[in-house]
Ligand binder design. Structure first.
Ligand SMILES: *[C@@H]1O[C@H](CO)[C@@H](O)[C@H](O)[C@H]1NC(C)=O
Ligand SMILES: *[C@@H]1O[C@H](CO)[C@@H](O)[C@H](O)[C@H]1NC(C)=O
Length: 434
């Protein structure tokens, strides 16, 4: 059995038998099974305004990919060109513009956009010809399926593989991506596990000054290890952490969904998980201040619970109690930011949601947020065991496991970002840094 399924599958399958764990099984379907959400459509709704692309300056960017993972790997590059139009990098080195029809039904993109990687231990260099924003570089053990459908502006959008949907046509393939914006002069790239963990990816950016930035990313073997750890957490506390692990029909670990992505598709999952904790926090900060260090010119602001809401000095709105789903996503309920919110509100939301996600609010010293360092995060339940486990496998702890992972006491950093102007090359490793 071990030889047949491979080691990762054997480890997961072995645990399944022992613990009665119940991971999600990917059962890839067809066009009818595609679910389009904001996580897997790239349309002409753009952030281009922020990126004034100067075509005259827009330089080509070499991307070198080190394959430490497996044979039969492919990469894909998706994004919006300097006019905001969705496109993919074709095997001929030029952007490919998908052409949707008017039926409203996604059609598969059949142009040659699968860029094969050289074998294990080898490097493959691909040149991005010009600026690309809202971009992703996808890596897959096998080929992915991309589709196109017209968006509300009549522009052909790209429908991408969805990690949240176990019946997505690409669900049976192991894949992951890095995200970047490159306006032709300045690049910002990140590895993010806010939605899921798919493949161990690392990044190195070199600028024309010679400066190098490195985010080594997840260690080799992380996907099966994290799957095993979430399955163990199910045994430890009875919560449905095992469901976050997605396996193939033969039991091979493919990806781990964040609880936020999981509940987006399974709204009753984890319901009430944080409720007692939220009640205790509300009770504690009825009688004493919760101080938020805005880490801005506004300094520290004092917050207190009254009438079931947390109110902070100088903040334009109070905070009702968050639900568990509000804590996972940090962008709904009390954590939704609206246009009229002032700077203090915009500083409190990330710090408050990070404190709930990491369960630091009732620890000694937790009445000042952020102030406790990374060794205090995720030390008591309920907590985001997903974030805890993912950070355990990140080299140097770098890489967002939830959307406000960049909230830290001054001087600490958990973001997996490289950025700068006039990049001369972007290096990416697949399957562990080297
Ligand atoms: C693009 O997709 C998002 C997410 O589904 C949607 O909210 C938006 O309306 C779409 N834009 C257009 C122009 O269709
Ligand atoms: C990662 O980068 C992309 C592209 O710039 C951006 O849209 C996304 O919000 C970033 N993610 C995080 C967690 O910063």
């Amino acid at each position: 059995m071990r030889g047949f399924f491979g080691l990762a599958a054997a480890v997961v399958a072995g645990l399944l038998a022992q613990s009665g764990a119940d991971p999600t099984v990917a059962r890839p379907g067809g066009i009818d099974d595609i679910i389009i959400t904001e996580d897997n459509i790239l349309n002409s709704t753009t952030t281009v305004k922020e990126f004034k692309v100067n075509a005259a300056q827009a330089g080509a960017l070499p991307i070198s990919v080190v394959n430490n993972f497996d044979g039969g790997m492919y990469m894909y590059i998706t994004g919006q060109d300097s006019s905001g139009v969705p496109c993919l990098l074709g095997a001929n080195g030029q952007f490919v513009y998908p052409q949707a029809d008017n039926t409203g039904v996604p059609i598969e993109i059949v142009a040659n956009v699968a860029l094969p990687l050289n074998g294990v231990g080898q490097t493959t260099v691909v040149t991005l010809p010009q600026a690309l924003i809202s971009a992703r570089i996808w890596f897959a053990r096998g080929q992915l399926k991309f589709y196109t459908v017209k968006d509300g502006n009549g522009v052909s959008a790209i429908v991408e593989p969805s990690a949240a949907n176990p019946a997505d046509p690409s669900a049976g393939v192991q894949w992951g991506f890095i995200e970047f914006n490159y306006d032709g002069t300045t690049i910002y790239a990140n590895i993010s596990f806010v939605d899921f963990v798919g493949l161990p990816l690392g990044m190195g950016l070199t600028l024309s000054t010679g400066q190098q930035q490195i985010v080594q990313g997840l260690q080799a073997g992380s996907v099966s290890n994290i799957c095993n750890n979430v399955i163990q957490e199910r045994s430890a506390d009875g919560q449905i952490w095992d469901q976050l692990c997605v396996v193939s029909s033969s039991g091979q670990a493919l990806r781990i969904l964040s609880p936020n992505l999981y509940v987006s598709a399974n709204p009753t999952g984890f319901s009430g998980y944080y409720d007692n904790y939220v009640n205790q926090v509300w009770s504690q900060y009825t009688n004493q201040d919760l101080t938020i260090n805005t880490q801005t010119g506004y300094g520290n602001v004092a917050c207190r619970v009254a009438n079931n809401q947390l109110t902070c000095a100088g903040d334009n709105r109070a905070y009702p109690k968050p639900t568990t789903a509000d804590i996972w996503g940090c962008n709904s309920g009390p954590f939704a930011i609206i246009a009229s919110d002032n700077d203090i509100h915009r500083a409190v939301v990330p710090r408050l949601c990070a404190a709930f996600t990491r369960s630091t609010l009732l620890l000694a010293g937790g009445n000042l947020q952020p102030s406790l360092g990374q060794t205090s995060y995720y030390t008591v339940s309920p907590t985001s065991h997903y974030s805890r486990i993912v950070h355990n496998y990140e080299t140097n702890g770098l890489g967002y496991a939830f959307s406000y992972d960049d909230v830290n006491p001054d001087g600490q950093n958990a973001a997996g970002v490289v950025s700068g102007s006039n990049p001369t090359s972007l290096k990416i490793t697949v399957g562990g840094w080297s």
